[in-house]
Design a binder for this molecule. Structure first.
Ligand code: NAD
Length: 481
């Protein structure tokens, strides 16, 4: 019988009051790794109580002392890097190399947060009028709730809780019920680093926990990352309950390849961006737009490169493409491949035929459609799987137009040798994170992660100084002496 996970409340493991559990699978083997409790609003209330009590002292702990805990935490995460990466691969399915890189991205967030004494500084103007001074001071907002997706069990929670906590807040994390294991290690190591009990809490579960967090009167701010419909729901519900919200949503990222691009270099980047992490990245490339007469050569090279990819259990050496997260997600992906065929797109590489796709594990091989147009569902919807669409257009203007037709605007890339094409792309594309001659333009922890349009709901993005603004509130003091 697999272990039933517990919630982490007040610095210790606490059983959920719920008797409903869901299996957590290794998606490469279908082995049940644990059972995750589908916790209740009562469990959320218990965590909120602990977090509110801890806020009293943590918010008043001097900022350099808080930062010192973050420094220690950073070292512990570095010491446990391999263990954490293996756990990511086990519960998520991505290759060990990808998981190792993900852990690095998480550690970078902790490094940024350790700069809290600098980040928390206010501003003063000694003479706003004669004998009148004004100053701005920063304070934490209170208890913060974080709700995260399955695809980055290390990195995405680390976008939230290290910075929120460094700023003096206390935190309740609701990890994805499909990848809940890593969060537990993050909590234990934070305690080992010296974090006081109750500052960081975890409540496992799904909708009830999320709604409990959104409605709870003692939770003041919500950070969310996940799919577009849920992000919209979180934004509307949390705002209606008077909370500040940042909700990062889904993506349909286009990569435009110009006739003057280095085709081999572009293909290498696009293959990594489309099929790395089985296409389950919010920065995945899901549409390639071939400009001018390079279409045939580009698709031939893409198919050739996709044929070389090793598919299998991400824990094994040399594997590039692991499984998708669940059997249901595999079924959904296969449906989309059928839809693409029925819509008249040209299936030039069929991932259903790859050997791994028929054994145990939720594998789908790299799949490529050519002759896709923006009236097709496979162009419009986020499939979130190793399925790449190729659209062909005559000019850069039309390529940008195709990309801008999407309601999502997380990322976009351009492959070119021309500075003026790069400038035109930068100025006209409606996406928040751009790449020039690279496939995955994910900003590092000290910059905001800034999707546009329906890829983001809120004002202040995750990470960087946006994150500091989000996790703090200001007092303005004007004084005459
Ligand atoms: P998801 O929206 O299904 O789940 C995200 C979180 O919301 C989970 O914790 C889940 O338990 C909860 N949730 C799901 N449905 C809910 C509902 N109806 N009510 C309340 N809570 C609910 O997302 P996912 O499948 O775990 O992750 C993949 C999605 O996340 C993709 O759309 C991807 O693009 C997006 N994502 C976006 C970014 C970004 O930076 N914009 C980063 C990573 C992932």
């Amino acid at each position: 019988m697999a272990e039933i996970l517990k919630n982490w409340i007040g610095g210790t493991w606490v059983a959920s009051e719920s008797t409903t559990n869901e299996p957590v699978y290794n998606p490469a083997t279908e082995e049940v790794l644990a059972l995750v409790p589908i916790s209740t609003k009562g469990d959320v209330d218990r965590a909120a109580h602990a977090a509110k009590a801890a806020f009293e002292t943590w918010s008043r702990t001097p900022v350099p002392r808080r930062a010192r805990v973050l420094f220690k935490y950073q070292q512990l995460l570095v010491d446990h890097w391999e263990e954490l990466a293996k756990l990511v691969t086990k519960e998520n399915g991505k290759s060990y190399n990808e998981a190792y890189g993900e852990v690095q991205r998480g550690i970078e967030c902790v490094e940024f947060a350790a700069g809290a004494p600098n980040l928390m500084m206010g501003k003063q103007l000694p003479d706003i009028a004669s004998n009148l001074e004004s100053g701005m001071y920063r304070y934490p907002v209170g208890v913060v709730g974080g709700i995260t997706p399955f695809n980055f069990p290390m990195m995405v929670p680390c976008w939230m809780f290290p910075l929120a906590i460094a700023c003096g807040n206390t935190f309740i994390l609701k990890p994805s019920e499909r990848t809940p294991l890593l969060a537990g290690r993050l909590a234990e190591l934070f305690k080992e680093a010296g974090l006081p009990d109750g500052v960081f809490n975890i409540v496992h579960g799904s909708h009830d926990v999320v709604n409990g967090i959104l409605e709870h009167k003692d939770i003041k701010a919500i950070s969310f990352v996940g799919s577009q419909p849920v992000a919209e729901y979180i934004y509307k519900t949390a705002s209606a309950h008077g909370k500040r919200v940042q909700a990062l949503a889904g993506a349909k990222n286009h990569s435009i390849v110009m006739p003057d691009a280095d085709l081999d270099g572009s293909v290498k980047e696009i293959i990594n961006a489309a099929f790395g992490s089985a296409g389950e990245r919010c920065m995945a490339c899901s549409v390639v737009v071939a400009v001018g007469d390079i279409g045939d050569e580009l698709v031939n090279k893409l198919v050739e490169a996709a044929n070389q990819l090793t598919i299998g259990n991400g824990a094994n050496d040399g594997v590039f493409l692991g499984p998708v997260i669940r059997g249901a997600h595999k079924e959904r992906t296969l449906k989309y491949i059928e839809i693409g065929e029925n819509e008249g797109a040209l299936l030039i590489r069929d991932g259903r035929k790859d050997a791994a796709s028929s054994g145990e594990g939720y594998f789908v091989g790299p799949t490529i459609f050519d002759q896709v147009s923006s009236d097709m569902k496979i162009w419009e919807d986020e499939i979130f799987a190793p399925v790449l669409s190729v659209v062909r257009v005559p000019t850069l203007e039309e390529a940008v137009e195709v990309s801008n037709r999407s309601e999502l605007g997380n990322g976009a890339c351009l492959f070119t040798k021309s500075g003026s094409s790069a400038r035109q792309f930068r100025e006209t594309i409606e996406s928040g994170m751009l790449g020039i001659n690279l496939g995955v333009p994910a900003p590092m922890a000290f910059f905001p992660f800034s999707g546009w349009k329906n890829s983001f709901y809120g004002d202040l993005h995750a990470n960087g100084t946006d994150g500091v603004e989000f996790y703090t509130r200001k007092k303005m003091v004007t004084a005459r002496w």
